[in-house]
Design a protein around this ligand. Structure first.
Ligand code: KIV
Ligand code: ZN
Length: 523
């Protein structure tokens, strides 16, 4: 069971791979989910909610693979209050040393009547039966009633008391629609903690960010006695997302005086976790996002810079190193050997196979030819580019563009598929458009670009640029990224990554749309 060692410890329950993955376009395949889960273990989250096994065979396999491979955190699987869901969840988490079933129903009349078509009494009866059944698979069972912030409080007391008496060890209180204000939510948690008189249970909260209040609501809940917070890396999730892990954790740490609690999170892994999730989901992190945005620790104005030089504490409430941003960024260059690179990457926390290391070293040497100074952030992008074990159906060979004030932008692209090389050329509205058109022509798969953005990963004119694309293939929307010192090359890589991801998901029938319609609705 996920034991809370100290009454002031807040359990961090990460749902990036379940609620986070539910947001449009953020679908990850099994390999990507495994990479994220391994990173979450390095971040030392207490619980990883690995998925919703009944939703699709792909979800089941991913949860099972994570339960087999990832050591440390408790592995949780989501299940409705149905026997088939619970059985599937129980089977998926079987290989994990610590395992949890998270079963959920609803608390509000609008959900019970309109969606579940159930009376309040029937809901209690079925929830109790579900918890009892879940306990036959594990002694760590979490129960959630969706939409608590629009539910009748005295009914919530009856419901939570009944499931706790049936063996639920964590009682999760979701603000499913992101409706609560911090004052109200804190009050609701204090009321439930005082009214549900079953010893030993942990109260948990799960806040959505529709009004931008998910972190504030979670913190208010902690003040009122909640000792588990459900959150996601970069705050990704349904609609406006979930409570952001990095924000809630750093708030509790930086303002320990105000909250009087602590977490077991290794905060130095925060930046790496954020970048990895952004890369795997293709969801860009806004520059001014607290803690992990590119500007979060940048001091631009003269007065601020002056103060910082005299004493960092004048304008800095957190040390960048605490979240994993290294102060000494200049690392390696053209003359660094493979050994030095391996050592540095190990110090940064990467464990790469010999084959991955070979690819990373070749890419590093190529980067050194284009860029004088290689920063840690460049290395992170490079490792993440080279170490993904998702099958690459197409690979970029070369891309050349001709453009100018009077010339029609033309791109010539060579792609590789197994040992075959294919070259073609096309014109477009601009060099990037022309490049995407050639890729469509060579592969015979037509994508529609829905979103495109470019961010410089590091400083300077020779900075590595990271391109994020959102591409539609029929009914499916795929996010992907690519990086290079050359913008057109970065764009081509991102577009090819989107295509490879689409082809992979299609061949494994893992597309979200199919899951949603054919097997189970997502909560
Ligand atoms: O938002 C929600 O209510 C959920 C539950 C399944 C916890 O995601
Ligand atoms: Zn949710």
């Amino acid at each position: 069971m996920t034991t809370q060692r100290d009454p002031n410890q807040v359990v961090i329950f990460d749902t990036t791979l379940r609620d986070g993955e539910q947001c449009p376009g953020a679908t990850m395949n099994l390999h990507e989910k495994l990479e994220v889960a391994r990173q979450l273990a390095r971040l030392r989250v207490d619980v990883i909610e690995a998925g919703f096994p009944i939703a699709s065979p792909g979800d089941y396999e991913a949860v099972r693979a994570i339960a087999e491979a990832v050591q440390g955190p408790t592995i949780a699987a989501l299940a409705r209050i149905k026997e088939a869901d619970i059985e599937r969840a129980g089977k998926a988490i079987e290989p994990a040393a610590r395992r949890r079933i998270h079963t959920f129903s609803s608390g509000s009349d609008i959900h019970l009547e309109a969606m579940m078509r159930m009376t309040r009494a029937k809901n209690i009866e079925k929830s109790v039966a579900a918890v009892t059944f879940a306990r036959s698979f594990t002694d760590d069972v979490e129960y959630s009633a969706q939409d608590t912030t629009r539910s009748d409080r005295s009914y919530l007391v009856d419901l939570y008391t009944a499931v706790a008496e049936a063996g639920a060890t964590t009682l999760n209180v979701p603000d499913t629609v992101g409706y609560a204000s911090p004052e109200e939510f804190g009050d609701l948690i204090a009321f439930l903690v005082a009214s549900v008189k079953v010893p030993g249970v942990i109260f948990s909260v799960h806040c959505h960010n529709d009004l931008g209040l998910a972190v504030a609501n979670s913190l208010a809940a902690v003040k009122a006695g909640a000792r588990q917070v459900e959150c996601t890396i970069n705050g990704i999730g349904e609609r406006a997302g979930n409570c952001s892990l990095e924000e809630v954790v750093m708030a509790m740490r930086t303002r320990g005086d105000a909250y009087q609690v602590f977490t077991g999170i290794n905060t130095r892994e925060i930046i790496r976790s954020s970048r990895l999730v952004s890369r795997m989901t293709g969801m860009v992190v806004q520059r001014n996002k607290a803690i992990v945005g590119a500007n979060a620790f940048a001091h631009e104005s003269g007065i601020h810079q002056d103060g910082m030089l005299k004493n960092r504490e004048t304008y800095e409430i957190m040390v960048p190193e605490d979240v994993g941003l290294s102060g000494t960024e200049l690392v390696l260059g053209k003359h660094s050997g493979r050994h030095a690179l391996t050592n540095h990457l190990t110090q940064m926390g990467f464990t790469l196979s010999d084959e991955e290391m070979g690819r990373v070293y070749d890419a590093f040497k190529e980067l050194c030819d284009k860029k004088k100074v290689v920063y840690d952030d460049d290395l992170i992008a490079l490792v993440q580019d080279q170490s993904s074990d998702m099958p690459q159906v197409y690979q970029l060979g070369t891309v050349q563009v001709t453009t100018g004030t009077r010339a029609v932008p033309t791109a010539t692209v060579t792609l590789r598929r197994d040992s075959e090389e294919m070259t073609d050329a096309a014109c477009g509205d601009g060099p990037v458009d022309a490049t995407f058109r050639v890729i469509d022509r060579i592969t015979g798969v037509e994508g529609t670009l829905e979103d495109f953005s470019l961010q410089a990963i590091t400083k300077g004119e020779d900075a590595v640029g990271e391109v994020s694309v959102r591409v539609r293939y029929g009914d499916s929307v795929i996010n992907a990224k690519g990086s290079s010192t050359d913008i057109v090359e970065a764009s081509a890589k991102a577009y090819i990554n989107a295509l490879n991801r689409y082809l992979f998901l299609k061949s494994h029938h893992e597309l979200k749309e199919e899951q949603d319609v054919t097997v189970a609705e997502q909560p």
